[in-house]
Write a protein that binds this ligand. Structure first.
Ligand SMILES: Nc1ncnc2c1ncn2[C@@H]1O[C@H](COP(=O)(O)OP(=O)(O)O)[C@@H](O)[C@H]1O
Ligand SMILES: [Mg+2]
Length: 281
């Protein structure tokens, strides 16, 4: 669905995105994971044909993005990071307007509103919507023309746990229908839960690209963390495959001095920090 080859782009004289290559298959959820300012939204803007002054190649659905024509958008749905609705219009009026921009027949607006629990609010002005309601409305706007590719920019950002869960279930439902989904996020739990593969993006470069599971496994065995008292509480970590040679741990066990011990798998966030030396915030 997407092939990117040696892609570079700069807003100023400084390179902003440099030498990126990756591809995304049909039916895959592919995540761009990286801290604020890493270039995730910029990359999405290139892939949806909004930024055309790039070098290298970015092909989406067989079309070089900078050479897109209007029909390019018949198969692409975009949920931008910020609300793109007309605030003075009602939700239904917005959806009717945006659906009129496509050649394709629109999905049922009533059904879409119902799907996100907004069926009773369809006639309200968007200016009266809460942030969570706007997010859900933006999302169904991207689904109106039943596109093959969905581009979602921080779809769960700022949502409470209930709305976030609803959003993630809707994303998974679109995947189940065979859609390809491109997702940017700086939330590693969402990435680990939703994405078939993720690309870690820092400073406009891809630092790692694999399935969340493989990235987590690449760090090796899980570790145990244990605590003990000795002029206050102390804690230490030890990889689970090396506990038999941890002399301190052995001593604490034989003297019954352990306060606590638990094991944990590394998280995607740990891997991100390991590879990039940065946190995701
Ligand atoms: N039109 C622009 N002109 C110059 N710099 C820009 C422009 N748009 C974005 N940027 C730069 O890109 C950065 C944000 O990139 P973005 O792709 O939105 O990052 P992310 O989505 O990973 O947070 C900003 O910090 C800014 O420096
Ligand atoms: Mg962004």
């Amino acid at each position: 669905m997407i092939q990117v080859n040696n892609l570079s782009f700069s807003y100023t004289k400084q390179p902003f995105i440099s030498g990126m290559s990756f591809s995304v298959s049909h039916g895959e959820i592919f995540g761009f994971l990286g801290p604020s300012g890493a270039g995730k939204s910029t990359l999405q803007k290139i892939l949806i044909g909004m930024i055309t002054a790039y070098q290298g190649s970015a092909m989406v659905n067989g079309v070089e993005c900078k050479k897109r024509t209007k029909d390019f958008y018949e198969d692409i749905g975009v949920d931008f990071e910020f609300s793109t609705m007309y605030e003075k219009l009602t939700a239904k009026e917005n959806l009717q307007f945006f659906s009129s921009l496509y050649e394709k027949k629109s999905r049922s607006i009533e059904e879409l509103l119902e799907m996100v629990g907004l069926d009773r609010d369809g006639d309200k002005r968007v200016s009266d919507y809460s942030k969570g309601m706007k997010s859900r409305l933006n999302f169904i706007k991207a689904l109106l023309h039943d596109p093959l590719l969905l581009c979602l920019d921080e779809p769960t950002s700022g949502l409470d746990p209930t709305n976030s869960r609803m959003m993630k279930d809707m994303i998974l439902a679109e995947k189940a229908k065979g859609k390809t989904i491109l997702l940017t996020t700086h939330n590693m739990q969402d990435a680990a839960e939703l994405c078939d593969r993720v690309a870690f993006i820092v400073g406009g470069k891809i630092c790692a690209l694999d399935s969340p599971h493989s990235l987590i496994m690449s760090k090796g065995a899980a570790a145990v963390t244990y605590t003990w008292l000795e002029n206050g509480e102390h804690s230490a970590n030890c990889p689970i495959d090396r506990i038999s040679s941890d002399e301190r741990l052995k001593g604490l066990i034989s003297e019954n001095r352990l306060q606590s011990i638990h094991s944990g798998e590394p998280t995607l966030n740990d891997i991100f920090m390991d590879i990039t030396g940065r946190t995701l915030v």
